[in-house]
Design a protein around this ligand. Structure first.
Ligand code: GDP
Ligand code: MG
Ligand code: ZN
Length: 306
């Protein structure tokens, strides 16, 4: 039988078959996996699998179909290993907030470039816009302008106000969408609005401000009432970069990728090389300074090859 993985706890998997029947499944013996990625988790949310029923509700997974795509992060347990967050994704959304808590643009940019690297379309949701004060108004407008300009649609919302969610609902229809965001940005609140009978637990600000919570929680997929699915990933604090070399990094910033072929040197890292098209565009105000600063910070964090 064929099924789709909705949840993984590491040893058990929750699968839905074509009739929407739910199975509790596990792996036994050797698993056949399409493709060649090695990761700490052999099966991820979003995987299409074949399975053999053991009884009315339990099953054994025999085979994982080849993935259209997947998105990984550094394994929380081992920095040198990949952990697949989810697979077969149509859209990746970062849920960000200007305050309570403030999401750094560094986090957003790391997320966006990871989506680029894995060829997954991405968009930015700015939640808690009801809390935007005069002090963050400029930053709010800059985020909207900056991300829209480089090709990422921006959706400002108030998760608790259904009327603000209409454009986002239209976007999500009939897609499998991955939600990423720091703990406390309102992902569960948003998902509760999108799927009225789901009743996910939300966390009061006073509770999540303590460190060390949500360290080992797992991604879970949910069906949307009007078609489509969303994948909730609790507690992603940091997006580790995997397998990206310094020379490649600018390819994953669309505004740089588009211009870098006119740099004088073809191995230009866009630092201070003569004839650098990126630096020139930066001086003309065509590339956002914050995006460039984040590029530099991420570049510094990538170890040199030798
Ligand atoms: N003011 C305001 N608070 C929100 C909004 N969305 C969520 N919250 C609150 O933020 C807190 C964390 O929300 P939660 O959904 O648990 O965040 P998660 O960790 O991303 O799942 C809760 O107290 C929510 O009520 C919003 O749009 N505006
Ligand atoms: Mg949550
Ligand atoms: Zn350059």
């Amino acid at each position: 039988m064929e099924g789709l993985v909705y949840k993984s706890t590491g040893s058990w998997y929750l699968i839905k078959d074509q009739t929407n029947k739910v199975w509790q499944a596990r792996i036994k013996g050797k698993l056949k996996i399409g493709g060649t990625i090695s990761s700490t988790n052999p099966i991820a949310v979003g995987d299409h699998v074949s399975f053999e029923p053991e009884n009315e509700t339990q099953a054994i997974i025999a085979n994982v179909n080849e993935r259209n795509n997947y998105i990984v992060r550094v394994s929380p347990h081992n920095k040198n290993q990949k952990h697949i967050i989810a697979s077969n994704i149509d859209l990746a959304l970062v849920v960000a907030t200007l305050r309570s808590p403030r999401t750094s643009t560094g986090f957003i940019d790391r997320f966006l470039l990871t989506a680029e690297a894995y060829h997954i379309p991405a968009a930015v949701v700015i939640n808690k816009t009801d809390l935007v004060t005069d002090k963050d108004r400029t930053a709010f407008e800059e985020w909207q302008q900056c991300y829209t300009r480089v090709g990422y649609p921006v959706y400002p919302i108030v998760a608790l106000e259904p009327a603000s969610l209409q454009p986002l609902k239209t976007l999500l229809q009939h897609k499998t969408t991955l939600f990423i965001g720091h703990s406390g940005v309102g992902k569960s609140t948003l998902i509760n609005q999108l799927i009225p009978d789901i009743a996910l637990k939300t966390t009061e600000i006073s509770e999540w401000s303590g460190k060390g919570q949500h360290t080992t929680t797992f991604a879970e997929m949910h069906d949307l009432p009007d078609g489509g699915r969303i994948i909730d990933t609790p507690g992603v604090k940091e997006f580790g970069l995997i397998d990206i070399e310094k020379e490649e990094l600018a390819h994953y910033f669309p505004e740089m990728k588009q211009r870098m072929s006119t740099c004088k040197f073809n191995n230009c890292l866009h630092l201070n090389e003569p004839g650098c098209a990126i630096i020139e565009a930066l001086h003309r105000g065509e590339i956002a300074i914050e995006r460039y600063v984040n590029y530099r910070t991420i570049l510094d964090s990538i170890p040199a090859k030798y």
